[in-house]
Design a protein around this ligand. Structure first.
Ligand SMILES: [Zn+2]
Length: 260
């Protein structure tokens, strides 16, 4: 039997460990916020997530032009907010990573999320296939063959954690949609918050709308990047087809430091 005193000490020790882990996590998250004095260097790391040959063929054919619209989108949107020195972001493509990132906990509490975020950083340090200069943000692209499944798990970006995890289909037909998801998770890593209701996926009014002043309000034709969907009519929301139909709204712009 543990004495009451030992038990109390044990409890304090556990609480202190939790505090340490949470503190370490927020320290790691906050020290690298971007000031936009220079461009954000983003490195994309493809991963063959289902081990299939067709997925690998798609990954082997990936090249920088597949991702150029990410840079172009952020360039275009940044102009609405400030006279930032060009370019805003530079996107690089690393060799594919031969290891799977730590599994994302489903229904995670705060502690599980923090532990996952720390193990994700640890995994990322140990699986760096990038030969160039130190990136600001690392985004892991887990590709799945569209011939094998039709639903993907949620992608996510560690808020201010400078690491994103994107699940995408290994097909050129999905390239534009994948780029939209990459931008959404990238902006999370730079401090942006979601602007949609997680239960319904409906964008939150007004900040999750691309054109909240429009009269009449519906149909919207574009999506706010963190709102994530185009609200067409009551009960009808659509994923944007490409970044051409997406904007960075003022609230997101403030969160990532493009405006006060
Ligand atoms: Zn999100």
């Amino acid at each position: 039997m543990l004495s009451a005193r030992t038990f109390r000490r044990l409890r304090i020790l556990i609480l202190l460990s939790i505090l340490f882990v949470v503190g370490l996590n927020s320290w790691l998250s906050s020290v690298r916020s971007h000031s936009w004095q220079r461009s954000v260097w983003v490195v994309l790391y493809p991963i063959n997530a289902d081990g299939r040959t067709d997925t690998q063929q798609y990954i082997d054919a990936l090249d920088k032009p597949h991702f150029e619209e990410i840079e172009q989108f952020l360039q275009r949107e940044a102009k609405n907010y400030s006279s930032l020195e060009q370019p805003v972001t530079e996107v690089f493509l690393a060799d594919s990573v031969q290891s799977e990132p730590p599994e994302v906990p489903t229904q995670a509490g705060i502690l599980e999320s923090v532990i996952w975020s720390l193990s994700m950083r640890w995994w990322s340090w140990n699986n760096d296939s990038w030969q160039g200069p130190e990136p600001d943000v690392r985004i892991y692209l887990r590709y799945f063959s569209p011939n094998n499944r039709d639903v993907l798990e949620h992608s996510l970006g560690l808020q201010k954690g400078m690491i994103g995890l994107v699940n995408g289909f290994a097909s050129i037909d999905y390239n534009a949609k994948n780029n939209f998801v990459i931008v959404h998770e990238l902006l999370h890593t730079l401090g942006a918050s979601d602007k949609y209701d997680p239960l319904t996926n409906e964008p939150v009014f007004p900040e999750g709308y691309a054109d909240p002043q429009q009269q009449p309000l519906l149909p919207q034709t574009r999506a706010e990047v963190m709102g994530g969907r185009v609200k067409v009519s009551p009960g009808w929301i659509l994923m944007p087809l490409s970044l051409d139909d997406v904007v960075v709204g003022p609230e997101t712009a403030a969160e990532i430091g493009w405006r006060d």
